[in-house]
Design a protein around this ligand. Sequence first.
Ligand code: D5M
Ligand code: FE
Ligand code: ZN
Length: 504
Amino acid sequence: MDTQIRSAVWKILNAGLQLTPDALSFLKEYENCYEIAEKIIEKVNAMKEKPLCITKEFLEKIVGEKKRIKENENSFSLQITGSKRFKPLAAEIQEDIEVEFDPTEKIKSQGNVEDFLSYFRDRFNKLRKLFIKRRDLKNIVTSKTVFNRGKKENISLIGLVSSKNETKSGNILIELEDLEGKVNVIIPSRKPELIKKASKVLLDQVICIEGTINNGFIIADNILWPDVSTQHMPHRAKEHIRAALISDTHAGSKQFLEDCFMKFIRWLQGKVGNGKQREIAGQVKYVIIAGDLVDGIGVYPNQEEELKIKDVYEQYEMLSKYLEMIPEYIKIIAIPGNHDATRQAVPQPAIPENYARPLYDLSNVIMLGNPTKIKLHGVRFLVSHGRSIDDLISDVPNLPKNNPAEAMKLLLKSRHLAPQFGKTPIAPETTDWMIIDEPPDVFHAGHVHVNGQANYRNVTIINSGTWQDQTSFQKSIGLIPTPGKVPIYDFNSGDILLLNFKTE
Ligand code: D5M
Ligand code: FE
Ligand code: ZN
């Protein structure tokens, strides 16, 4: 059965309605059968006595009304283009995918204390190397050698932040730890700019302090993060293709916006949008999904009340029914989030095949772990679900809630995807796979359900938003999601176009 009619029938059945065979044949004749299905449900919902079965006569009435409505509508998401030919450029272009890092096969942790020791040792060593590579640091010392230096000498100490406190006089006291010991650093209250910088210092981050020695302390002159080089040059592709960046579909949730997601798929199929919008659809070669594919089950207390589908296998099945409708020449890359059926601690292996079989069965879907590094046509993508963004927004003063890209900037600066231990759960792998060893060209995350974009030292930062409407939990914490917005990344120019599929 054609995918359009399949989704229309799926929608009707899901609403608890049946179609007579006549009605089914009638519906099949219409290219906009999905919109007709929406209208059927809307109509039935408005009826006092609801029919159990939708007949051909019922449909004929609706189609008449539908035609009239279409003439008055001109919004992007509802525009029907009829039978104009769609010739997608991306179908002519060969895929070019290189998975540079996928944690799935690397994961080994047994979860004991020694593992955590090696984990933090690895974090420190790798980030220290990044600092040393910068070559702008003078007189690098260690916790052991620092006090051999003279009082007036400027020194640089690299260490992991093991504590941070404000003293009564308004100084900030940071304890830095390296492989040899610990040193106390004072950020003096008389330097307000430095105090402001210190507010961005997180526990367990590896930072560098520049300063001088006084009475067994380091008095800080500056705080540095491993950061991204100002010389970072992004890679661009010669092909005029694009990627649609999405996340947090939350299939199975009562708040999953099926119609909105369906509009997105119909746009990818070249079935909605004006000429320019359809041309852009035809350039989409990749859809990247940054986690929370399904809503899961038992993720938070009383989640059942918020679920339309209470079985995680069926949730993946439902998502696959949608993804199946995406043209096959478009490659779909999906990683897990904290709602998916894989371990919660990062790095997360890909969702196992036994949970998400229908997704693995789609020939154009590639299932990877969280985080993932992937090179598409030479352009480097770092894709991570982004749970730690929450931690940063709650702990760093003045980080905006309505643009998660600002928090993502700080992750890039710290060259780490989950700096704070004891927040986003981290698995005690002996290697720290959450380090951003190479700055990517595109840093894509989700999780916060709020769309946002930024550019930081030539890295394009994108938080893709969600397809789930506000849940009662989100309402209780004042989170206003931005569902249905899709950033479209242009591989050739590096530009982002934001499309809105939400029907108001
Ligand atoms: O997360 C969706 C959004 O909801 C994200 O911004 C975090 C927020 N969220 C989710 N669970 C919690 C708890 N327990 N406390 C505070 N904030 C939360 P998602 O991963 O889709 O559930
Ligand atoms: Fe989510
Ligand atoms: Zn999430």
